[in-house]
Design a protein around this ligand. Structure first.
Ligand code: ADP
Length: 488
């Protein structure tokens, strides 16, 4: 099966978040399954700066809104196999940021990603390779299903589309006067398609036109059909409920496995956990916590934003030392949360350590060195850190939402008995409910056999990409079957 995977960020070439990890790992897993997968992504300045310069293999001419533009296509390869075509259009992509700078989005993001989508289709037309399915990701590529289904080009009637939503909070919303730049019929600027409260919403139109829709966990697929987490698109998604699927993201175990993690001071596995104790001591030393082996150590690695439940951690931070537990937090984000956490670190030296910044190595050390990991998210489409934690024998404490609900099994007596429990789960988004789950974790930590059972259950779970890739192949088959379907 021929699949074109289109994404606005692909690790290791470019990355702002989890989308890049998915786009780097899933195509490789698909090609291991024998699919003919190609990837297309913008040729940002970051790609060159990362040392991924690649040779031009052709060019496409586009005329968005009457002004003729040329984009070069460059050819590369993803580590692990699949060929990558980069769209090189310097006015759009040779910039310091992917989507913006200094916390501000680029004002021409609609033009940039509309051009990217047009270049993708122009290149497919020119290349001697027509995909059966185009796999689109998030608002930046949501125009592809629209162009496929509204173009007069007969080639496209045979090409199916899957649109995956990685985080519904980001929709690509622009002022109404920008609509004319898309080169689409004026009657599509209506509440049925692009219009969203008087503005242009690219993701909304993509959700209407794509053959099949997916998101990154089964629970999130249900949650986004409700007013609480639907971000205003719940009725659009409910209308398409029969075509909407949830597939939990996978983990790249070549990078995130304590048995072969090259960042760690020592490696360990389920058969010998002594290395984990060494990692804990090294972490305590590294971040300035008292080096006591028996103290329960909680960790958090996260963007410090409202989504991640940082306010719950801030509300309870003083309870950790009071309960005889240590806490280490690594993250960047909202300056208010950064300051509050740093203040807590100053109030509790040796007990609470806070590192503001992005630090890949320390993220691995925290996964390995902690006893438990905090993810009290307000919402969490898939979440990766809880999956890493499980593999590192670091028991996750999570809120029951999105991908957290689909991967962490609460340590009730029954679930422990069945050997299914692997963490602690709370429901209500309140400091009391969060702290209740931490207290249950603290109690279990004192009960060595219970704790070890939790650790071992977590370490034995398989959240590899190979499993998720099989489910994507099923969706590609569905999309292929829908070819030519035009929404009414
Ligand atoms: P999201 O994509 O919403 O940020 P995920 O849990 O899906 O959340 O993925 C976050 C990824 O980013 C994880 O790999 C996590 O380790 C990493 N990460 C987040 N913040 C930091 C940080 N400050 N330093 C290092 N890695 C980080």
């Amino acid at each position: 099966m021929r699949v074109l995977f289109v994404s606005s960020e692909v690790a290791p070439f470019s990355k702002t978040g989890g989308l890049a990890d998915v786009s780097g790992a899933l195509p490789a897993a698909l090609s291991r399954r024998g699919l003919d997968v190609r990837v297309m992504t913008p040729f940002y300045r970051a790609v060159v700066q990362g040392g991924w310069a690649s040779a031009a293999c052709g060019e496409v001419t586009l005329d968005p809104g009457g002004s003729v533009q040329t984009a070069r296509i460059r050819e590369g390869t993803l580590p692990g196999g699949p060929p990558v075509w980069f769209v090189d259009h310097p006015p759009s992509f040779d910039r310091p940021g992917l989507y913006g700078e200094g916390g501000q989005d680029y004002p021409d993001n609609l033009e940039r990603f509309a051009l990217f989508c047009r270049a993708v289709l122009a290149w497919v037309q020119a290349a001697d390779w027509v995909p059966e399915v185009i796999h689109c990701n998030d608002w930046q590529t949501a125009l592809l299903p629209v162009y496929l289904r509204t173009s007069a080009e007969p080639l496209w009637s045979r090409v199916g589309s899957l649109l995956t939503v990685h985080n519904l909070a980001y929709q690509g919303v622009f002022p109404p006067e920008k609509y004319a730049l898309l080169g689409l019929p004026q009657d599509l600027y209506s509440p049925r398609y692009f219009e969203f409260w008087g503005r242009v919403n690219l993701l909304k139109a993509g959700l209407v036109f794509a053959d099949i829709l997916s998101t990154v966990s089964e629970t999130y697929a249900r949650e986004i059909q409700t007013p609480e987490l639907g971000c205003g698109l719940e009725s659009v998604l409910r209308e398409r409920a029969a075509d909407l699927y949830g597939i939990l993201n996978g983990v790249d175990y070549t990078v995130w496995d304590p048995r072969n993690d090259t960042y760690l001071p020592v490696r360990y596995g389920p058969d010998d956990l002594s290395g984990k104790a060494t990692c804990k001591a090294a972490l305590q030393e590294e971040v300035g916590l008292h080096r006591t082996p028996s103290v329960p150590l909680f960790g958090m690695v996260s963007r410090l934003v409202e989504q991640k439940g940082v306010d719950l951690v801030v509300a309870c931070v003083d309870h950790f030392p009071a309960a005889g537990a240590q806490l280490v937090v690594l993250g960047t984000g909202d300056p208010r949360y950064e300051a509050e956490l740093q203040n807590a670190g100053r109030r509790h030296p040796g007990w609470v350590a806070v590192r503001i910044g992005f630090d890949e190595r320390l993220a691995h050390w925290i996964e390995a060195g902690c006893d438990a990991f905090l993810m009290p998210s307000r919402y969490e489409p898939s979440g990766l850190n809880q999956l890493y934690s499980l593999r590192y024998g670091t028991v996750p404490v999570v809120r029951r939402t999105g991908g957290l609900a689909d991967s962490v099994v609460d340590a009730t007596p029954e679930a422990l008995e069945r050997g299914e429990a692997n963490g602690f789960v709370f429901e209500e988004y309140t400091p009391g409910a969060f702290w209740g789950a931490v207290q249950r974790a603290l109690a279990a930590y004192q009960h060595r056999s219970t704790w070890e059972k939790l650790v071992r259950t977590g370490m034995s779970a398989d959240f590899s990409w190979d499993r998720a890739a099989g489910r994507y192949v099923d969706l590609y088959r569905l999309a292929r079957r829908r070819r030519g379907a035009v929404p009414s």
